[in-house]
Design a protein around this ligand. Structure first.
Ligand SMILES: [Zn+2]
Ligand SMILES: [Zn+2]
Ligand SMILES: [Zn+2]
Ligand SMILES: [Zn+2]
Ligand SMILES: [Zn+2]
Ligand SMILES: [Zn+2]
Ligand SMILES: [Zn+2]
Length: 1736
């Protein structure tokens, strides 16, 4: 279409636009089944959008938009959150918790330094930066502040010129109309006439499948495969697209065929789920236009961000109603259609609303008005919709309702509170029973969840309380409140229950829904009360309405005749009702709201005007009290087990009734209602009512005692429960309005009582405190006043401890204590007092004074009925009618007495005696009756002290008696003198009691001292016993320090006695003796001891073999997953992947272990999911003692002690030079090659002739320097040698076990070398000395491993071992060459050393006799092999460091430096100058000295464990300098290592030449390839940022490498290598060996050889995984300021890195304990069985 055509002012835009669309759209979107998205987009731009923009802007769109862009950004951020994005809220400044910031705005805001919370968005919200109503302070981040201040408000955005405005007004209506028309288009086959092209209609249709929340992924895939006969892959593709877009064409074709497919899909989907899938057949053109409508929507969306003018014009058009038409405007049409739209369309629509209406405050308001206008309809649509709430337009409510001015406007103008409450009533009628009460039996959870959304809206509207009331606001609010009362009326008394007698109920009824609604309503109820309380007039009127509503509901039982109840001269007339027989409900929201309003009346003082609104006759306090009282009685009866036949549902309801989530608007309010009753009723009447409702009237009358034990027990519990409630009614005054306390006081008291139980973590306290509407508990404001914080260690969490001065606030009968908490707290506090040598009395703390409105409550303490109750119970205790009283009951009686005395004392201290009418003392000292044997309370108390069962209460009784005394004196004194005198007398009286108290104290102290001494004595005996026990069971306690110290002592002893004679040299003729102690071990299974001997039955050590990349120097190297073709003889110097053998150090008989293993196999095969803990097939089991995961055992082979005769050694030294030794070895090997020449020919060395001239040498020469017969192992040891070697082979190479494989010996040497390298690395990282600091398990594991590796040779054919040896020697020996010998730079020298040393004895093997070298021969063999390997290693180091830039070391001209210099000259010569001669000698020496250390340390460990020669003392300490010398001495090396070359120059020269001539070496020296540097770098877990936000920030930038969509991802960080992965998502699954693996699992195979450690960033959890089936979660090393971790970021407090914990994770990795940790966690947390680790 030519652009200029649109430029004509007179032309009909709408017509042209539609024509253009009609022509192009069907063509562009023709290939729906397999769209070429880029092509489509190109065509859309060229044919439609570009011309459209040109017309709209009047110039080139790109240039125009660029200008617009620069001219200013909006003051609002408005960034829309995707699911999983992190949002921040400021607890100090946000108006409510729904006000959030995006990460960019947050980082640039002042809130960064406030108390903030971070959370993961569920999607759909947007950033509130710039919204002044959302923030009390700092509404703008620096970024947006700039945008708003750079230009004055009016010009803040580029004003569009009039022409563009004019065009916009012309273009937008057509565009919007087209979008609306197409989105709500319902015809499947036809288009609107204006879009129909005249051409022939083609029969081209799509069968379109829609997304819903009923069908799982698998259901849809199944249905598609069956219905369309398509491949799994295709079905998966469709399903993913449907889930993402909301709909997808799954078949194209003629109408009939699509229709057929539709029916098929429906039919198949019905088979797997109750509902069919939603499928439609759409004409291709319809589909195309709908698709394009969405494209236009996102086009508009983009346009909106450029200019406020665009937004305003857009909004105006969307809101315009057709004149004279009742039809809704465009935007309302779309809202109403929302629930019918598919997912993709909804997203576009909602984003458009965000970017236009919500960015312009004025239009947001207008939008809100429209929204509320259709609120009911929208909510109803949502409730029957099947999409998640985030996808519903109703979810936008929070964006409007929480804005205070908007909320107020909506209340005033749209009556939004009434609208919402009416909506609730309209969506819930199906749950109303015949009495118009709710009943949620058989409710649908999903549907109720949707109803909660409406309740939430109510909460949003009420979030900010108005500060200024207008008449209109007051009227509307009251109207809403009355409407809300109608809902409460439907709840008052709902779900009544009746006590089940005889049979147990059959089905527990559904109680959850009602309780859940109660929870949802809790804060709304509180907010309504707060709103009412902010205006006196309103409060009184609301009270009247609420009172009326309560009265209307209190008609129950009116029909019954009143009965009369007499007790001690008082009578009560009431209508009969029994909780145990009549229906009762715990749902009384109306009564409780009234109680809430009542305390607010009292608080504000408005109560004095109450009579103007509710007349005293109408008030009927008995009726108000009645229902809450019944509820409390129900709780008591449940405690007395009278309702046990009603099942668990009742227990749960009672639990929630008192639980922190509900109690504020349930239990607490019922107590308040009783307090209202007690303040307004005659006290005796009140107590009679209590007695009657608790069904205890008979229990306090003198009737003949019953023998029914159950009934007595029941009575006792009911009495306890009633007394407890009486204590609460009188004593619980921490409610603003009941007394003059503040909210802070209330919270402090809660915290004090929690901490009286035990010190608690911050989160635990938070959980036990009620949250307000902003999810705040107020904890932080007060915690420091009452508690001190104790920091956590490496595990556990920080806790708060109560300050001492707060202990006096402790009230044993605190009404929020559960029974367990009560007794725990009592126990803790008594223990504490005892510890301080004080009495154990825990009297109540003096309560605050009641407010005037409640001051009458105390009268129930000194009324006749109360006295009767107290006296009766005390008398029963004194008269020892054991079955009629309990200690708890007496405790409560004492508590009530204390409260009475405290009250009287306080009153007397405040006012003159004659004004104090509260006469508790008088009543309590009055006789109970006129009878002769009558007693008073005081007398009873004296007697009580002598009751043996009440010994524990003696201190309390004493305290009360003293109080009696004090009150008596106060009464007497004050009648004579002034109040001041009274207090003086008190002091005097204090002195008096002081002396008796002192005496008691002294006595107590004496007793305590005696007890202490006694304890000490017993402790001493105990520890003596324990020592003996440890002595005899030493091996069981290997890990304890004590045992360790002892073992060290043994070593010391040996060395003291022998150090003089014995050298501490491991190699060569001066070799020291083996220190081999006799080993007697205890089997952990049968507890029998056995000495380890060659010929005895085998003992084994539990062990775990695993592949490891812990030492790798190159993580990018691709590991081979299967070892079928790997040749493991040579280890690459990168150490990419080794085989580690670890042990927990526990010893068993081989036979015992086998029995245990078989039994476990049998046992576990029957258990479910076991395969996920143990891989039984692969020999896994848990160590019977410590439960570590093991997969094999190491046989314990004893060290063969050897000692060299020094004379022999000297003799040999004369002859056996290195040159001679080489010749002998060469002759021996060539002899073998002659012998074996007939057989295989490959891989035999080619011999150079150098030095071979001596005819004296022949094949057997090698034997002449000393041989001995080979060790004879018992068959059981042999069997275990084979078993263990096979495991190493199987695990290390990931192949099927094969005892005959030739690679078994190689793997044995390899794991031996690798494990030593790991341990050396660990010791170095931890800064520990080489010897003496290993954990016992490491020590015994290593010892067994090395001895095993030496012995393993005997179980393999010696010819095989020789073959391997020859290949190894090919690297080291100058005089022969083996094919395929790797270059010097491609081998790890320590691996070669270990292999060569362990295989060398095979050269002594003769057909007839099994020989091995004698000690002296070995000493030389070891020495020369080690020297050759060391020479090779030095050469490696020198070559690889050739390119190193000089370090800071200062130059010197030492002997070493000179030797180095001359060595370099040689190398330079042999490499034809590739090696630069200019490198200073001192630098080379420095490199060598540093680089060779790990190798020397490993060699020292190896030879020590092989030979048992004690190391020099220096190696038992951690000192850098001494260490090098000591190592050289132990290993028979000159400290100037280059002297080795000098000494052997003639022999070594050709070897050096060969090494240097290697092409690889040359290429490295030329800088063409890079060789590994020495020392190798030590691996660490990656650096983590200090602040967790940084990680979240990183994660928010994360884009999945495989897919471009912006769906929610789970970014996961590999802690080994720092790779960020896309976890738990199909896009990044990989097919490995035919199995679908998640991104983490497949990464772990490469990065950690199957074992890996990840950080799930959005959840703040560490994941450890092993293989495909196992894993566990571990808390991330981040702590909040309270020393707690936050898995799942549930609390959202700022988190900081804890270095110690991260180090612990590091060690877990380097010690190869990850597998162990996983196994242990899976044993304890069976929850993770269900998790599919494979797809992680
Ligand atoms: Zn933002
Ligand atoms: Zn901002
Ligand atoms: Zn702030
Ligand atoms: Zn045993
Ligand atoms: Zn163990
Ligand atoms: Zn990694
Ligand atoms: Zn992905």
């Amino acid at each position: 279409m030519p652009t200029d055509m649109w430029c004509d002012e007179r032309f009909d835009f709408q017509g042209t636009f539609l024509q253009c669309l009609a022509k192009h759209v069907p063509n562009i979107y023709s290939a729906e089944m397999d769209p070429l998205l880029e092509k489509q987009e190109e065509m859309v731009q060229a044919a439609i959008l570009y011309p459209l923009e040109c017309y709209l802007f009047g110039e080139d769109p790109d240039i125009f938009l660029e200008k617009l862009q620069q001219s200013g950004t909006s003051q609002l951020c408005g960034k829309v959150f995707k699911g999983g994005e992190t949002t921040y809220s400021c607890r100090d400044c946000a108006v409510d918790p729904t006000c959030v910031l995006c990460i960019d705005c947050f980082q640039n805001s002042i809130h960064k330094n406030h108390r903030y919370k971070m959370h993961s968005s569920t999607g759909g919200g947007f950033c509130d930066c710039g919204d002044t109503e959302a923030w009390k302070a700092g509404p703008l981040c620096t970024k947006h502040e700039l945008g708003s201040s750079s230009s004055p408000k009016e010009n803040s955005e580029c004003q569009l010129n009039e022409e563009i405005m004019e065009h916009s007004r012309r273009v937008f209506p057509s565009v919007i109309k087209y979008i609306v028309d197409m989105l709500i288009w319902e015809e499947e086959k036809e288009l609107p006439p204006e879009l129909t092209v005249s051409r022939e209609k083609v029969d081209s249709y799509y069968c379109v499948l829609f997304n819903d929340e009923h069908h799982s992924y698998d259901h849809v895939i199944y249905s598609l495969q069956r219905a369309l006969g398509c491949e799994l892959g295709e079905a998966q593709l469709h399903t993913t697209a449907i889930d993402k877009e909301g709909r997808r064409a799954v078949k194209a074709g003629h109408y009939a065929s699509c229709q057929e497919a539709k029916e098929e899909i429906k039919r198949h989907s019905e088979n797997v789920s109750q509902r069919p899938l939603h499928v439609e057949v759409l004409h291709a053109d319809v589909m195309a236009h709908q698709k394009f409508a969405l494209r236009l929507g996102s086009w508009l969306n983009k346009l909106m961000s450029y200019s406020s003018d665009f937004r305003q014009i857009f909004c105006q058009i969307c809101l315009k109603e057709e004149a004279g038409s009742e039809k809704p405007c465009f935007i309302s049409k779309l809202m109403l259609w929302d629930a019918k739209l598919h997912k993709g369309a909804r997203k576009v629509l909602h984003e458009l609303i965000f970017s236009s209406f919500f960015m312009e405050m004025e239009y947001k308001k207008l939008f809100a008005v429209e929204f509320v206008k259709y609120y009911k309809a929208l909510q109803k649509e949502y409730i029957s919709d099947d999409h998640d709430r985030v996808l519903s337009v109703t979810a936008l409510s929070v964006q409007m309702f929480t804005v205070p001015t908007l909320a107020r406007h909506l209340i005033e103008e749209q009556n939004v509170i009434t609208t919402i409450t009416e909506t609730l009533l309209e969506v819930l009628p199906e749950y109303l029973d015949k009495n118009d009460k709710f009943n949620f039996q058989g409710y649908s959870q999903d549907k109720l969840n949707r109803v909660y959304a409406v309740i939430y809206d109510l909460r949003y509207v009420l979030v900010s309380k108005p500060t200024l009331w207008t008449d209109r606001l007051r009227e509307r609010f009251l109207e809403g409140f009355v409407s809300f009362l109608r809902i409460l009326t439907c709840m008052q008394g709902m779900e009544e229950i009746k006590r089940q007698i005889g049979q147990h109920i059959e089905v527990d009824h559904d109680w959850e829904a009602a309780i859940a609604i109660q929870m949802q309503l809790k804060n709304i109820l509180l907010m309504f009360q707060e709103w009412c309380a902010s205006d006196e007039e309103l409060l009184l009127r609301a009270y009247r309405e609420c009172h009326k509503a309560v009265m209307r509901c209190s008609t129950n039982g009116r029909s019954r005749e009143k009965t009369v109840f007499h007790l001690c001269g008082h009578t009560l007339e009431s209508r009969p009702y029994r909780v145990s027989a009549d229906p009762v409900s715990i749902h009384l929201p109306l009564s409780r709201t009234l109680a809430g309003l009542h305390v607010r009346l009292s608080k504000t003082g408005a109560i004095s005007r109450l009579h103007e609104f509710v007349s005293p006759e109408e008030f009927q306090v008995e009726l108000l009290v009645e229902y809450p009282l019944r509820c409390l009685v129900l709780v008591a009866q449940v405690a007395a087990e009278m309702w046990r036949r009603n099942g668990l549902s009742l227990i749960s309801q009672v639990f929630y009734y008192q639980d922190v989530k509900c109690r504020e608007e349930m239990y607490d309010k019922d107590i308040i209602m009783l307090q209202i009753g007690a303040s307004l009723m005659d006290p005796n009447q009140f107590l009679l009512l209590m007695l009657q409702r608790y069904e205890l009237a008979d229990a306090f009358k003198k009737i003949k005692p019953t023998k029914d034990q159950d009934l007595i027990k029941q009575y006792n519990i009911l009495i306890e429960e009633m007394l407890q409630i009486l204590i609460y009614v009188v004593g619980e005054r921490y409610v603003p309005g009941i007394s003059n306390v503040t909210k802070e006081d209330v919270i402090m008291r809660e915290i004090i009582h929690l901490l009286c139980i035990e010190p608690m973590a911050h989160s635990a306290i938070t959980k036990s405190l009620p949250e307000n509407e902003n999810n705040e508990t107020g904890l932080e404001n007060v915690i420091d006043k009452v508690a001190t914080f104790k920091k956590p260690g490496v595990s556990g969490h920080g806790v708060y401890e109560l300050k001492d001065e707060c202990l006096k606030e402790f009230n044993m009968f605190f009404y929020h204590y559960t029974k367990t908490q009560h007794s725990k707290a009592e126990h803790t506090q008594k223990k504490r007092r005892k510890h301080e040598n004080r009495d154990e009395a825990l009297p109540p703390p003096p309560p605050p004074d009641f407010s005037p409105a409640f001051s009458n409550v105390v009268r129930i303490l000194n009324c006749d009925v109360m006295m009767h109750i107290l006296r009766t119970l005390l008398q029963r205790a004194v008269e020892l009618e054991t079955h009629l009283w309990t200690e708890a009951m007496i405790q409560m009686v004492l508590h009530l007495l204390s409260l009475g005395l405290l009250e009287e004392k306080q009153q007397l201290q405040k006012s003159p005696e004659e004004e104090v009418s509260f006469d508790f003392y008088h009543k309590a000292t009055r006789m109970g009756s006129s009878a002769l044997n009558a007693v008073n309370v005081l007398m009873l108390l004296e007697k009580l002290k002598r009751v043996p069962q009440l010994e524990a209460q003696k201190d309390t009784v004493n305290w009360i008696l003293q109080m009696f005394d004090m009150v008596k004196r106060l009464r007497e004194k004050s009648s004579l003198t002034t109040v001041a005198a009274a207090s003086a007398s008190e002091a005097a009286k204090g002195d008096e009691t002081q002396s008796t108290q002192d005496k008691e104290k002294a006595e107590r102290k004496r007793k305590a001292e005696a007890a202490r001494l006694h304890r000490q004595k017993i402790m001493a005996q105990m520890s003596a016993l324990q020592r003996n026990f440890i002595e005899t069971h030493k091996l069981l306690y290997e890990n304890t320090l004590e045992a360790q110290g002892k073992e060290d002592a043994i070593m010391e002893e040996e060395s003291v006695s022998s150090a003089v004679d014995y050298s501490k040299i491991a190699l060569g003729p001066k070799r020291g003796p083996s220190v081999a102690e006799k080993e007697v071990l205890t089997c952990i299974l049968c507890q029998e001891e056995q000495e380890v001997k060659l010929e005895s039955a085998a003992m084994v050590l539990s062990a775990c073999v695993q592949k490891s990349t812990a030492l790798t120097q190159n993580r990018s190297r691709i590991l081979e997953l299967s070892g079928d073709t790997i040749d493991p003889l040579f280890m690459h110097p990168d150490l990419p992947c080794g085989t580690h053998t670890g042990s927990c150090g526990h010893v068993m008989h081989a036979a015992c272990w086998q029995k245990y293993f078989e039994a476990m196999q049998l046992n576990f095969r029957q258990r479910l999911h076991v395969e996920q803990i143990f891989d039984l097939e692969n020999g896994e089991y848990l160590c019977p003692l410590c439960k570590s995961l093991c997969n094999t055992v190491i046989p314990i082979v004893p060290l063969q002690a050897q000692k060299i005769n020094s004379e022999d050694a000297e003799a040999v030294a004369q002859i056996l030079s290195l040159a001679r030794w080489l010749e002998i070895v060469t002759v021996r090997i060539s002899g073998y090659s002659v012998k074996n020449a007939k057989g295989e020919k490959q891989n035999l060395p080619a011999f150079t002739n150098r030095g071979m001239g001596n005819s004296a040498l022949e094949f057997h020469s090698i034997l002449s320097f000393g041989v001995q017969s080979s060790a004879k192992y018992s068959s059981s040891i042999k069997e275990m040698l084979i078993l263990f070697a096979t495991t190493i082979y199987r695990v290390g190479l990931k192949v099927a076990p094969n005892e005959a494989d030739s690679r078994i010996p190689m793997m044995t040497w390899s794991t031996c070398a690798f494990t030593i390298q790991c341990i050396e690395n660990l010791l170095e990282t931890e800064g520990k000395p080489l010897f003496g600091s290993l954990q016992n398990r490491q020590h015994s594991g290593l010892k067994a491993l090395v001895q095993f590796a030496a012995a393993q040779r005997t179980t393999s054919p010696q010819v095989l071992i020789q073959k391997h040896l020859i290949r190894l020697l090919g690297v080291l020996l100058p005089n022969f060459k083996v094919e395929d010998t790797p270059s010097l730079l491609e081998v790890d020298m320590f691996h070669i050393l270990v292999g060569a040393v362990l295989s060398f004895p095979s050269l002594y093997w003769e057909d007839a006799v099994d020989l091995q070298p004698s000690s002296i021969s070995s000493a030389y063999n070891h020495l020369y092999l080690f020297h050759l390997a060391t020479l090779a290693h030095i050469t490696q180091i020198v070559i690889s460091s050739a390119t190193e830039s000089s370090t800071a070391c200062s130059p010197d001209n030492s002997e070493e430096a000179q030797s180095a210099q001359s060595f370099c000259r040689e190398v330079c010569q042999y490499t034809s100058g590739c090696f630069s001669q200019d490198i200073p000698g001192w630098l080379v020496w420095d490199c060598v000295k540093k680089g060779i250390m790990p190798y020397l340390r490993c060699a020292a460990l190896f030879f020590h464990y092989l030979l048992g020669v004690s190391p020099p003392e220096e190696l038992l300490q951690d000192s850098e300098e001494g260490q090098f010398k000591a190592l050289c001495s132990y290993l028979s090396l000159p400290t100037n290592l280059f002297l080795l070359f000098h000494e052997y120059w003639d022999t070594v020269n050709p070897l050096l030449q060969r090494w240097c001539a290697d092409p690889m070496v040359l290429s490295c020296l030329k800088g063409k390839s890079i060789a590994i540097r020495y020392p190798r770098k030590r691996n660490h877990l990656i650096e983590l940022p200090e602040d967790y936000s940084c990680l979240l920030n990183q994660a928010s930038q994360f884009r999945c490498p495989r897919s471009s969509d912006d769906e929610q991802k789970h970014p996961v960080l590999c802690l080994f290598c720092g790779a960020m992965l896309c976890s738990q998502n199909t896009c990044c699954q990989e097919l490995v060996n035919g199995e679908e693996l998640g991104a983490c699992t497949s990464h772990a195979l490469q990065c950690g050889a199957g074992v890996c450690m990840f950080l799930k960033i959005r959840e703040c959890k560490v994941v450890l995984i092993e293989g495909k089936t196992r894993g566990c979660l571990y808390p991330a090393p981040y702590l909040d300021e309270y020393g707690e971790t936050d898995p799942g970021l549930k609390r959202g407090n700022p988190l900081h890195l804890c270095r110690e914990r991260y180090r612990k994770l590091h060690l877990l990795w380097q010690q190869h304990c990850i597998i162990e940790e996983i196994a242990r966690s899976q044993e304890t947390n069976q929850i993770f069985f269900g998790f599919n680790w494979q797809l992680l």
